[in-house]
Design a protein around this ligand. Sequence first.
Ligand SMILES: Cc1cc2nc3c(=O)[nH]c(=O)nc-3n(C[C@H](O)[C@H](O)[C@H](O)COP(=O)(O)O)c2cc1C
Length: 199
Amino acid sequence: MNKVLVLYTSPLPEEKSISTYIANKFLEEYKKTNPNDFIETLDLNNLSMANKSLNKDSFSSFWNEEDSDKFINQLKNINKLIISTAMINFNIPVTLKNYLDHICVANKTFSYKYSKKGDAIGLLTNVKVQIIATQGAPEDWYTWGLFTKYLEGTLNFLGMSVNKTILISGVKTSNYIQKTKEEIFEEFKNTIENQAKKF
Ligand SMILES: Cc1cc2nc3c(=O)[nH]c(=O)nc-3n(C[C@H](O)[C@H](O)[C@H](O)COP(=O)(O)O)c2cc1C
Protein backbone atom coordinates (compact mmCIF):
# COMPACT_ATOMS: atom_id res chain seq x y z
CA MET A 1 0.00 0.00 0.00
CA ASN A 2 1.32 3.42 -0.97
CA LYS A 3 1.10 6.43 1.27
CA VAL A 4 0.29 9.46 -0.84
CA LEU A 5 0.33 13.11 0.17
CA VAL A 6 -1.43 15.70 -1.99
CA LEU A 7 -0.58 19.40 -1.62
CA TYR A 8 -2.97 21.97 -3.06
CA THR A 9 -1.27 25.35 -3.34
CA SER A 10 -3.18 27.63 -5.72
CA PRO A 11 -4.47 30.83 -4.08
CA LEU A 12 -7.56 30.75 -6.31
CA PRO A 13 -10.91 29.59 -4.91
CA GLU A 14 -11.36 25.86 -5.47
CA GLU A 15 -14.29 26.26 -7.87
CA LYS A 16 -12.18 28.47 -10.13
CA SER A 17 -8.82 26.75 -9.87
CA ILE A 18 -7.72 24.84 -12.95
CA SER A 19 -4.73 23.20 -11.22
CA THR A 20 -6.90 21.99 -8.33
CA TYR A 21 -9.44 20.55 -10.77
CA ILE A 22 -6.75 18.82 -12.86
CA ALA A 23 -5.07 17.44 -9.71
CA ASN A 24 -8.40 16.02 -8.56
CA LYS A 25 -8.96 14.37 -11.93
CA PHE A 26 -5.41 12.96 -11.74
CA LEU A 27 -6.18 11.61 -8.28
CA GLU A 28 -9.48 10.14 -9.41
CA GLU A 29 -7.67 8.19 -12.12
CA TYR A 30 -4.82 7.26 -9.77
CA LYS A 31 -7.28 5.77 -7.28
CA LYS A 32 -8.71 3.46 -9.96
CA THR A 33 -5.29 1.79 -10.30
CA ASN A 34 -4.41 2.03 -6.60
CA PRO A 35 -7.71 1.63 -4.72
CA ASN A 36 -6.13 0.65 -1.40
CA ASP A 37 -3.65 3.47 -1.03
CA PHE A 38 -3.66 5.77 1.97
CA ILE A 39 -4.20 9.29 0.65
CA GLU A 40 -3.84 12.44 2.70
CA THR A 41 -4.53 15.94 1.37
CA LEU A 42 -3.36 19.35 2.57
CA ASP A 43 -4.49 22.69 1.23
CA LEU A 44 -1.56 24.96 2.05
CA ASN A 45 -3.89 27.96 2.08
CA ASN A 46 -5.43 26.57 5.27
CA LEU A 47 -2.22 25.44 6.89
CA SER A 48 -0.80 27.72 9.55
CA MET A 49 2.87 26.88 8.85
CA ALA A 50 2.44 27.61 5.15
CA ASN A 51 1.24 31.09 6.02
CA LYS A 52 4.29 31.92 8.14
CA SER A 53 7.25 33.38 6.29
CA LEU A 54 10.90 33.50 7.21
CA ASN A 55 12.10 36.92 8.29
CA LYS A 56 14.24 38.57 10.94
CA ASP A 57 11.49 38.36 13.54
CA SER A 58 10.56 34.75 12.87
CA PHE A 59 14.08 33.38 12.31
CA SER A 60 14.79 32.13 15.83
CA SER A 61 11.52 30.19 16.15
CA PHE A 62 10.75 29.34 12.50
CA TRP A 63 11.92 25.69 12.43
CA ASN A 64 9.94 24.41 15.39
CA GLU A 65 8.43 21.00 16.07
CA GLU A 66 4.89 21.97 15.10
CA ASP A 67 5.67 23.92 11.89
CA SER A 68 8.70 22.08 10.61
CA ASP A 69 9.54 18.66 12.13
CA LYS A 70 5.95 17.44 11.93
CA PHE A 71 5.86 18.03 8.17
CA ILE A 72 9.37 16.65 7.61
CA ASN A 73 8.29 13.48 9.42
CA GLN A 74 5.18 13.33 7.29
CA LEU A 75 7.39 13.43 4.16
CA LYS A 76 9.61 10.70 5.61
CA ASN A 77 6.55 8.50 6.03
CA ILE A 78 5.07 8.72 2.55
CA ASN A 79 6.28 7.34 -0.74
CA LYS A 80 4.33 9.51 -3.19
CA LEU A 81 3.72 13.24 -3.31
CA ILE A 82 1.41 15.13 -5.66
CA ILE A 83 1.79 18.91 -5.78
CA SER A 84 -0.79 21.00 -7.54
CA THR A 85 0.42 24.53 -8.19
CA ALA A 86 0.20 27.65 -10.38
CA MET A 87 2.49 30.42 -11.59
CA ILE A 88 1.93 33.49 -9.42
CA ASN A 89 4.03 36.50 -10.38
CA PHE A 90 6.57 34.30 -12.15
CA ASN A 91 6.98 31.99 -9.20
CA ILE A 92 5.35 29.33 -7.05
CA PRO A 93 2.58 30.52 -4.68
CA VAL A 94 3.92 31.99 -1.44
CA THR A 95 2.32 29.25 0.68
CA LEU A 96 4.35 26.64 -1.18
CA LYS A 97 7.52 28.69 -0.68
CA ASN A 98 6.75 28.93 3.05
CA TYR A 99 6.16 25.16 3.13
CA LEU A 100 9.52 24.53 1.41
CA ASP A 101 11.29 26.95 3.76
CA HIS A 102 10.02 24.87 6.68
CA ILE A 103 10.96 21.47 5.27
CA CYS A 104 14.33 22.25 3.64
CA VAL A 105 16.43 21.66 6.73
CA ALA A 106 20.08 20.59 6.78
CA ASN A 107 20.66 17.13 8.26
CA LYS A 108 16.92 16.44 8.21
CA THR A 109 15.98 16.55 4.52
CA PHE A 110 19.42 17.08 2.96
CA SER A 111 22.97 16.72 4.18
CA TYR A 112 26.49 17.70 3.28
CA LYS A 113 27.91 15.20 5.77
CA TYR A 114 28.30 12.09 3.64
CA SER A 115 28.90 13.81 0.37
CA LYS A 116 32.26 13.13 -1.22
CA LYS A 117 32.49 16.04 -3.64
CA GLY A 118 31.19 18.65 -1.22
CA ASP A 119 27.74 18.82 -2.77
CA ALA A 120 24.62 17.90 -0.81
CA ILE A 121 22.74 14.64 -0.76
CA GLY A 122 18.97 14.54 -0.43
CA LEU A 123 17.47 12.52 2.41
CA LEU A 124 13.92 12.18 1.07
CA THR A 125 14.78 9.39 -1.38
CA ASN A 126 11.62 7.57 -0.27
CA VAL A 127 9.43 10.06 -2.17
CA LYS A 128 8.33 10.03 -5.80
CA VAL A 129 6.69 13.29 -6.82
CA GLN A 130 4.24 14.42 -9.48
CA ILE A 131 3.88 18.16 -10.07
CA ILE A 132 0.70 19.42 -11.73
CA ALA A 133 1.01 23.08 -12.69
CA THR A 134 -0.72 25.84 -14.60
CA GLN A 135 0.37 29.20 -15.91
CA GLY A 136 -1.42 32.03 -17.67
CA ALA A 137 1.20 32.58 -20.33
CA PRO A 138 2.65 30.10 -22.81
CA GLU A 139 5.55 28.08 -21.45
CA ASP A 140 8.29 29.96 -23.36
CA TRP A 141 7.25 33.54 -22.48
CA TYR A 142 8.70 34.12 -19.03
CA THR A 143 11.99 32.30 -19.14
CA TRP A 144 13.24 34.12 -16.01
CA GLY A 145 10.33 32.61 -14.09
CA LEU A 146 10.61 28.89 -14.79
CA PHE A 147 8.74 28.01 -11.62
CA THR A 148 8.28 24.34 -12.44
CA LYS A 149 12.03 23.94 -13.05
CA TYR A 150 12.73 25.62 -9.70
CA LEU A 151 10.28 23.29 -7.95
CA GLU A 152 11.56 20.16 -9.72
CA GLY A 153 15.17 21.12 -8.88
CA THR A 154 14.42 21.81 -5.23
CA LEU A 155 12.57 18.51 -4.72
CA ASN A 156 15.30 16.65 -6.59
CA PHE A 157 17.89 18.30 -4.31
CA LEU A 158 15.97 16.82 -1.37
CA GLY A 159 16.41 13.37 -2.89
CA MET A 160 12.96 12.94 -4.40
CA SER A 161 12.44 11.21 -7.70
CA VAL A 162 10.63 13.77 -9.87
CA ASN A 163 8.19 12.62 -12.55
CA LYS A 164 7.64 14.59 -15.75
CA THR A 165 5.65 17.67 -14.71
CA ILE A 166 2.17 18.13 -16.12
CA LEU A 167 2.22 21.82 -17.08
CA ILE A 168 -0.91 23.35 -18.55
CA SER A 169 0.35 26.66 -19.90
CA GLY A 170 -1.26 29.55 -21.74
CA VAL A 171 -4.55 29.36 -19.84
CA LYS A 172 -4.93 33.15 -20.03
CA THR A 173 -4.31 33.33 -23.78
CA SER A 174 -7.05 33.47 -26.40
CA ASN A 175 -6.76 29.70 -26.96
CA TYR A 176 -8.02 28.92 -23.46
CA ILE A 177 -9.45 32.03 -21.83
CA GLN A 178 -13.04 31.17 -22.86
CA LYS A 179 -12.73 27.53 -21.89
CA THR A 180 -13.93 26.05 -18.63
CA LYS A 181 -11.60 23.97 -16.46
CA GLU A 182 -13.57 20.92 -17.56
CA GLU A 183 -12.93 21.74 -21.22
CA ILE A 184 -9.23 22.33 -20.56
CA PHE A 185 -9.05 18.98 -18.78
CA GLU A 186 -10.66 17.25 -21.78
CA GLU A 187 -7.89 18.58 -24.00
CA PHE A 188 -5.14 17.11 -21.80
CA LYS A 189 -7.14 14.11 -20.56
CA ASN A 190 -5.00 11.41 -22.20
CA THR A 191 -1.69 12.71 -20.85
CA ILE A 192 -3.12 13.28 -17.37
CA GLU A 193 -4.80 9.88 -17.13
CA ASN A 194 -1.79 8.03 -18.56
CA GLN A 195 0.57 9.67 -16.09
CA ALA A 196 -1.85 8.95 -13.24
CA LYS A 197 -2.03 5.27 -14.16
CA LYS A 198 1.77 4.99 -14.25
CA PHE A 199 2.45 7.04 -11.08
C1 LIG B 1 -2.17 36.99 -8.58
C2 LIG B 1 -1.90 36.24 -9.85
C3 LIG B 1 -0.63 36.29 -10.43
C4 LIG B 1 -0.38 35.60 -11.61
N1 LIG B 1 0.87 35.66 -12.16
C5 LIG B 1 1.13 35.02 -13.32
C6 LIG B 1 2.41 35.09 -13.92
O1 LIG B 1 3.34 35.70 -13.41
N2 LIG B 1 2.60 34.46 -15.09
C7 LIG B 1 1.61 33.74 -15.71
O2 LIG B 1 1.85 33.19 -16.76
N3 LIG B 1 0.38 33.65 -15.15
C8 LIG B 1 0.13 34.26 -13.99
N4 LIG B 1 -1.12 34.16 -13.41
C9 LIG B 1 -2.13 33.31 -14.04
C10 LIG B 1 -2.21 31.97 -13.34
O3 LIG B 1 -1.00 31.24 -13.41
C11 LIG B 1 -3.31 31.11 -13.97
O4 LIG B 1 -4.49 31.86 -14.04
C12 LIG B 1 -3.56 29.84 -13.20
O5 LIG B 1 -4.46 29.06 -13.91
C13 LIG B 1 -4.14 30.14 -11.83
O6 LIG B 1 -4.12 29.00 -11.05
P1 LIG B 1 -5.19 27.82 -11.06
O7 LIG B 1 -4.48 26.67 -11.67
O8 LIG B 1 -5.50 27.59 -9.64
O9 LIG B 1 -6.36 28.20 -11.90
C14 LIG B 1 -1.40 34.84 -12.22
C15 LIG B 1 -2.66 34.76 -11.61
C16 LIG B 1 -2.90 35.43 -10.45
C17 LIG B 1 -4.27 35.33 -9.81
